[in-house]
Design a protein around this ligand. Structure first.
Ligand code: ADP
Ligand code: MG
Length: 278
């Protein structure tokens, strides 16, 4: 469990706080999308999760550990894995294999354990054929998968991602989506995902919208997108699949509420269960 208790963050020399009055709890197993316009405090929020930033007011507690207590730093960092927007900022090694091992070496894990986990990570992320390649020579999507593999190999309890697909092309984005989709099905894992993509928001169990450093919405994707009064104000749009599902529902079709996938829509149409038209 991660708790924000009256958290504010004002950067040195800044006129106004980047975050203010944040009170929320992230329960184990939740998958939380954090969204909001540029400058609303999303990156500041995720950096508070693993003590890359410390609150200037209030407290952030990770499994009860106060992130501001210096003696908790490594315990907190070990629990919360962070993936950055730009994978280049995260990759430090000469080969993919070494990159995945790097964080575990820093944790002081035994080398046999590291080898086992490297193999598992390469396999799971479909990176086996890249093992001897230089990470900085890979495509954006491949780099981000390496970064995610390296963090997951350390087995953090919480995974926080700061717009991990925003700098990728469509192919890279879909590669990372496949990985995130798989992670999302693992209900043992808690994920905090900063994103602007409606499709990614729709896959989360909970959405937190930030605006001007404050939480202006905290609820399910369905509650966010319907009726969706403030969507454009928050720089958001309904995912197309959810839009179509809404239209079908008002025409009497039975479309399952979540997740609003193209598959669910196709099933509803094929079942022909709409308003006497079927
Ligand atoms: P987002 O990720 O939603 O775009 P950020 O958390 O990066 O928002 O930024 C929130 C606010 O804090 C913005 O006004 C931004 O200019 C400011 N800010 C972010 N990082 C720093 C920093 N290191 N020093 C000073 N101001 C910052
Ligand atoms: Mg940001």
């Amino acid at each position: 469990m991660i708790e924000f208790d009256g958290v504010s963050l004002t950067y040195e020399g800044a006129q106004r706080p980047a975050l203010a009055g944040i009170d929320l709890t992230i329960q184990d197993g939740e998958s939380v999308a954090v969204v909001g316009p540029s400058g609303s405090g999303k990156t500041s929020f995720v950096r508070l999760l693993n003590a890359l930033h410390l609150p200037t007011g209030g407290r952030v507690l990770v499994d009860g550990l106060d992130t501001a207590d210096a003696s908790n730093l490594w315990k907190v960092r070990r629990r919360v894995g962070l993936i950055f927007q730009n994978p280049d900022n995260q990759l430090v090694s000469t080969t993919v294999e070494r990159e995945i091992a790097f964080g575990m070496e820093n944790l002081g894990l035994p080398s046999a354990e590291i080898s086992t986990r490297v193999e598992a990570a390469l396999d799971r992320m479909g990176l086996g054929r890249f093992r001897d390649r230089a990470p900085h020579r890979l495509s954006g999507g491949e780099k981000q998968r390496v970064a995610i593999a390296a963090v997951l190999a350390m087995r953090p309890d919480y995974l926080a991602l700061d717009e991990p697909t925003s700098l990728l092309d469509a192919t890279g984005r879909h590669e990372v989506w496949r990985v995130l989709d798989e992670l999302g099905r693992d209900s043992a894992r808690t994920v905090v995902h900063v994103t602007q993509f409606p499709e990614e928001i729709a896959l989360s169990s909970r959405v937190v919208v930030l605006a001007g450093g404050r939480v202006v919405f905290d609820g399910s994707p369905e509650q966010l997108f319907f009726p969706g009064a403030h969507l454009s104000e928050w720089g958001l749009a309904r995912p197309p699949a959810m839009e179509i599902a809404g239209e079908l529902r008002s025409a009497g079709y039975e479309v399952p509420a979540a997740p609003p996938t193209v598959r669910a829509i196709a099933d509803a149409l094929l079942a022909g269960n709409g308003g006497g038209r079927g």
